[in-house]
Design a protein around this ligand. Sequence first.
Ligand code: NAD
Length: 242
Amino acid sequence: MNIGLNPRRIFLLTGAGISAESGLSTFRDKDGLWEKYRIEDVASIEGYERDPVRVLEFYNLRRGKLADVEPNAAHYALARLQQEWQARGGDVTLVTQNIDDLHERAGATRVIHMHGELAKQRCHECGDVALAEGDLLLELGCGACGRLGTLRPHVVWFGEMPLEMDRIGESLLAADLFVSIGTSGAVYPAAGFVDEARRNGVATLELNLEPSENAALFSDARYGKASVVTPAWVEELLNGAA
Ligand code: NAD
């Protein structure tokens, strides 16, 4: 299918695969952080209630790792697309499932982090969200309400509602082109975006290392490393060929 009809509004969804080449493990990586922790222990409210110290430690480790990694060519390509498309009167909505800050560090703006942000903390009592200035510890107090032991990472855990879903839904329906990059299509609601886009007549493109679980739903696909296929697609699009 030709998706080169000059899509004015582009909706981008990124997942862990776009950050893999920067050195941040995906869920599937064999010897990444996820191998050493069970997801249900560190990414659920039940896990946090059972053992908050372990959960805080897991996210402290992940936050610490951010300082050692850099955006890769795929992050830079999407930031460039956002800027150049905007300058041409188009619009690019960038939604990520990632909690890292590599899109922003590559120069992207208005990034919607539907699963939250590792760099931020939230008070589970008063809801205040602030930048985490160091490791999160149970001994710390909330800067807004002053309660002790109420700080948790500002990330969405299994069973919790992803953030900004109304804004995401509106942008998805208004899009001319939906592009999914480096995501397995296994985690809902993001995994359902392609079907929603398709049912609304939005062209769909998958960029991934290998076909994702819902690859059959996309009208077009390119497979390979994000750092290779993403800049190539952006280049073609900006040159009017994609
Ligand atoms: P996932 O681990 O389920 O799938 C990753 C996908 O990326 C796979 O389809 C894989 O084939 C692909 N991939 C791996 N290396 C790639 C590369 N170099 N280039 C292109 N594609 C590559 O990740 P997901 O779909 O994002 O899963 C959703 C959940 O994972 C989200 O909740 C997200 O918050 C969480 N997560 C985030 C991070 C992060 O913030 N960097 C890291 C791990 C997991």
